[in-house]
Design a protein around this ligand. Structure first.
Ligand code: IDP
Ligand code: MG
Length: 138
């Protein structure tokens, strides 16, 4: 059993897509093991996306990520890191496969509704950024 970090970004929360995202996880056999709604500060968003520091989209991305509340979740399942990335679709929603969350709901490359960890290492790091072990109860 594997775990990943999922975020419903401010555009997803603002457009009432929390239910749609969670429904897709559950329908694909994945389980929510921890969940909370938070509103990040700019510094917290910069820390979370530190791997992208220096890239041209970094400032816009971190402004966006602290522009409203987000839902952070630990999602659990077999091969969940890869499976959830598949459910999300490509970073650029125009390249995302039909039926993926981003293809269906994203409105720009930045405003692409969801985040998902991209490796075992980033999943561990990202889960630890938001949750302690007493909060992961699923
Ligand atoms: P990912 O979310 O699919 O893993 P990353 O390359 O890790 O994609 O980028 C993190 C986030 O930064 C993306 O989800 C998107 O919101 C934003 N982003 C990435 N590339 C661009 C870009 O070229 N322009 C604007 N925003 C971008
Ligand atoms: Mg990424």
């Amino acid at each position: 059993m594997e775990r990943t970090l999922s975020i419903i970004k401010p555009d997803g929360v603002g457009r009432n897509l929390i239910g749609d995202v969670i429904k897709r996880l559950e329908q694909n056999g994945l389980k929510v093991a921890a969940m909370k709604m938070i509103w990040m500060t700019k510094a917290q968003a910069q820390g979370f996306y530190a791997v992208h520091e220096g890239k041209p989209f970094f400032d816009g991305l971190t402004d966006f990520m602290c522009s409203g509340p987000i839902v952070v979740m630990v999602v659990q399942g077999e091969n969940v890191i890869e499976q959830y990335r598949k459910l999300m679709g490509d970073t650029n929603f125009e390249d995302a496969e039909e039926g993926t969350i981003r293809r269906e709901f994203a409105t720009s490359t930045r405003k692409n509704v969801v985040h998902g960890s991209d490796s075992t290492e980033s999943a561990a790091l990202e889960i630890g950024y938001f949750f302690n072990r007493f909060e992961i109860v699923g």
